[in-house]
Design a protein around this ligand. Structure first.
Ligand code: HEC
Ligand code: HEC
Ligand code: HEC
Ligand code: HEC
Length: 457
């Protein structure tokens, strides 16, 4: 509605916050059979009728807000009605586990039940578009099909800016299409989208990063300027032209001001710690990470960032201590178990690593990468049956990732199970005809010669 020009003051008095009309009348200002001339795209229809909402008129379930603005408690006690005005989608809840307005009241029924009711009421023409939810769920689970779906969202001008900016944040793709989408996003009309692009482009090599982000140092919106400055803060200063250097210094000073204004927040301290880590200021980074965790020992991103800083500096024991403390405090955080598992594997503590990766896999059963790393650790421990199960799980979750099929083929080859090895090698080759490892593997298998491929792929 915001994108079509609806504003807070269409429903609220700007000073008292009072609603401009009582009950459903606040919505039927616009959503009625005659429409509203200010909004030409509105569908003219009567919604305040059981023919739309299928519940007895006048009851709580016939309130527009019950289905389109369900409340959720903020900070435990404060109910806030959802101002994103969404269509209830119990079908997505059934697929993805997202909440929906129907089951908020019908808590004793399943989303599948609610989805069937919606399908029965509205028929084949009902709203079943993908929305951003499946793409974000796939991205959070680290699945391959997320990439193209995220790109489509980033490029879709009908999506809200915050949705497109979130898609940019989630994009883990450095292919040609992703690069060009990010460069387009850099010049977007929406500041949130430009700021997200400024952050995402921080992964570019320094020269390209400077080329891409120098123009944003002059952006009219401060958020964009400081995000660009932050992303450019690890480009060697000698590469800047005089004018670029001046713009960078000004924007970087704004960034530091913004941090200083929020100095009591753990997130600020974490930002500065990460910045010092990126710039190679080891002592300052360590002090700031430690201070962040003192302020909030449950801030998981601070823990994982501190641990990866320590481990990059070769201080595995300290990194391990930081993560173990995190796992002790937040035993249900799969991400922490995963980081700890990877760290232990790196320092050769395989049995302990497999334990942590197994815990992570149990807590995040839809994450293919975790299942894969768990499988590799089990394989190295000689627990082949368990390794096989974990690798098959990774492959089933994301069959497009060449590493998973390759790992399975290698495992079967190691065991002399030629036929199974060949099956996965052929799938790998079918999906990636140009993959040289797949070609080699197939050749060896077909010739019947034993070959031992590397295990750490
Ligand atoms: C389409 C109508 C509509 C629009 C537009 C709208 N609101 Fe609301 N808002 C509501 C309704 C309905 C409620 C629920 C009131 C209730 O249940 O008493 C509400 C409740 C609120 C509340 C009270 C939440 C609480 O703490 O109880 C706040 C604050 C609020 N809106 C702020 C805003 C702001 C800010 C904007 C613009 C960004 C906005 N609203 C736009 C309809 C709207
Ligand atoms: C000032 C006019 C106005 C008011 C008041 C208003 N809406 Fe809307 N609403 C719109 C417009 C415009 C659209 C977009 C229509 C389009 O282009 O498809 C829309 C779209 C919607 C949609 C569809 C969203 C989607 O994903 O397609 C829902 C649901 C909705 N409104 C619910 C409500 C509810 C509930 C209220 C009352 C709390 C309300 N609206 C009040 C103007 C209004
Ligand atoms: C019991 C739940 C429920 C109630 C109450 C409800 N709706 Fe809906 N609404 C839905 C569902 C479900 C859809 C999706 C329908 C579809 O898929 O065709 C929808 C769709 C919409 C849409 C978007 C589709 C379109 O026709 O453009 C608008 C706008 C809307 N409702 C407005 C309202 C208004 C205004 C009220 C209050 C007078 C209201 N709704 C009350 C469940 C409800
Ligand atoms: C505010 C709470 C509320 C919301 C939201 C709500 N319902 Fe209901 N629903 C009720 C109540 C109460 C009844 C019983 C109404 C009656 O017959 O007196 C009911 C009845 C029903 C029934 C028929 C009785 C049954 O249990 O078989 C169906 C089906 C149903 N709702 C589906 C839905 C679906 C689908 C949605 C979301 C689009 C939804 N409801 C949203 C409260 C709600």
């Amino acid at each position: 509605m915001y994108q079509r020009g609806v504003r807070c003051t269409d429903c609220h008095d700007a000073h008292s916050l009072r609603l401009k009309a009582a009950g459903n009348a606040v919505c039927t200002q616009c959503h009625n059979a005659a429409g509203n001339p200010r909004f030409p795209t509105l569908r003219h229809a009567d919604y305040d009728t059981p023919a739309h909402h299928f519940h007895p008129a006048g009851g709580a379930a016939a309130q527009c807000t019950s289905c389109h603005m369900p409340s959720k408690n903020y900070m435990v006690v404060h109910a806030r009605p959802d101002h994103s005005f969404r269509i209830p989608r119990p079908d997505l809840s059934a697929r993805l586990g997202t909440p929906n307005a129907c089951n908020q009241c019908h808590a004793d029924r399943t989303p599948v039940w609610a989805a069937a009711a919606v399908a029965g009421w509205y028929g084949a023409g009902r709203r079943q578009e993908a929305t951003f939810a499946p793409a974000f769920a796939a991205a959070r689970a680290g699945r391959r099909e997320a990439g193209p779906a995220l790109l489509a969202i980033i490029r879709d001008p009908d999506q809200a800016a915050i949705v497109r900016a979130t898609a940019i944040e989630m994009l883990r793709d450095d292919g040609e299409a992703a690069q060009s989408a990010l460069m387009q996003a850099r010049d977007d009309r929406e500041a949130l989208v430009r700021a997200a692009a400024a952050q995402a482009l921080a992964d570019q090599p320094p020269a390209r990063r400077l080329y891409a982000l120098a123009p944003l140092l002059h952006d009219p919106v401060r958020l964009v300027r400081i995000q660009a400055a932050r992303s450019l803060s690890t480009v060697p200063l000698a590469s800047f032209s005089t004018a670029e250097r001046r713009a960078f210094d000004a924007a970087f000073a704004e960034y530091m001001d913004a941090q200083a204004a929020l100095a009591d927040m753990p997130a600020t301290s974490l930002n500065l710690a990460n910045l010092n880590s990126l710039r190679g200021e080891d002592a300052a980074a360590r002090a700031l990470y430690a201070r962040t965790l003192e302020m909030d020992p449950y801030l998981v991103p601070a823990r994982t960032a501190f641990a990866s800083h320590l481990s990059a500096a070769g201080d595995h024991a300290a990194a391990e201590a930081v993560l173990r403390e995190g796992v002790r405090r937040s035993p249900d955080d799969g991400g922490l178990h995963y980081s700890l598992g990877l760290l232990l594997a790196e320092s050769g503590q395989l049995a302990a690593a497999a334990g942590e990766l197994g815990a992570a896999a149990r807590l995040q059963p839809d994450n293919a990468r975790i299942a894969y790393n768990h499988g590799l650790a089990l394989q190295q421990l000689g627990r082949r049956r368990d390794a096989e199960a974990a690798l098959i799980r990774a492959y089933d979750l994301d069959s497009g990732e060449p590493a998973y099929a390759y790992a399975l083929a290698s495992l079967y080859l190691q065991e002399g199970r030629r036929e199974s090895a060949l099956r996965y090698a052929e799938r790998l080759l079918a999906a990636h005809p140009d993959n040289p490892e797949a070609q080699q593997l197939i050749e060896h298998l077909r010739r019947g010669q034993p070959q031992k491929p590397g295990q750490n792929r």
